[in-house]
Write a protein that binds this ligand. Structure first.
Ligand SMILES: *[C@@H]1O[C@H](CO)[C@@H](O)[C@H](O)[C@H]1NC(C)=O
Length: 205
């Protein structure tokens, strides 16, 4: 029994390794999503000088540090994309005047090429991208998104509420202790890892 489980595990590991190798040489961007994006770019046309103005909407510097930090930042980026695409969908002219229920006039300040005829296509393309982003968020960034939502709550603490102030002071001893031990643990781990790499490189030399 144990033997069989071991061999199954080995097969799973082999399969995973094979999959990840395949992924490295290939691309994580599915063909159909790429096509959808190329199609959308025809409608959201901007000039070359705007594309290469050196200011990215989503800075890539944050995606170079520790994996955990990168994942957290990426969670925020996915959230922002989701919001952005929902906003872009709202800016599209309404599908047909008859089905317009809210009485809102179609936003004419949207992309100039979003003519009503093309808008249907753009809408379905935006919805496809939105679904991809939501899938990725839900499958791989659940923990990060949860932390981001907690962070947002921190911004809304009632600073001028005396009860909040008192409770916060009550909670501080534990928090202060935890904050220090956390930082200490991380520093120790980093030092240990550095020592290990140094030993390894010395052995390798
Ligand atoms: C996406 O499509 C464009 C245009 O067809 C192509 O140049 C690009 O290589 C494609 N990217 C991927 C990752 O498939």
């Amino acid at each position: 029994m144990m033997m069989r489980m071991g061999s199954v595990m080995r097969k799973v590991v082999c399969l995973l390794a094979w999959l990840s190798v395949g992924q490295v040489s290939g691309s994580y961007l599915p063909q159909d999503m790429n096509r959808t994006l190329q199609d959308l770019l025809q409608h959201y046309k901007i000039s070359k000088s705007d594309i290469y103005d050196g200011k990215q909407v989503f800075p890539k510097e944050e995606l170079k540090g520790k994996m955990e930090s990168q994942m957290l930042f990426m969670g925020g980026v996915l959230e922002a994309y989701e919001k952005l695409i929902v906003h872009m969908l709202k800016e599209l002219p309404t599908p047909s005047p008859l089905s317009a229920t809210s009485g809102d006039k179609a936003d004419t300040s949207g992309p100039s090429t979003a003519k009503p005829l093309a808008a249907g296509n753009t809408r379905s393309n935006l919805n496809k991208v939105l679904e991809k982003i939501r899938d990725l968020k839900l499958h791989s960034y659940k923990e990060q998104v949860k932390i981001l939502h907690e962070l947002q709550k921190l911004k809304h603490i009632e600073m001028d509420n005396i009860k909040v102030q008192g409770k916060a002071l009550w909670e501080l001893p534990w928090i202060y202790e935890k904050a220090n031990s956390l930082a200490d643990n991380v520093m120790r781990r980093r030092r240990r890892r550095r020592r290990q790499t140094r030993t390894k490189s010395r052995l390798g030399a």
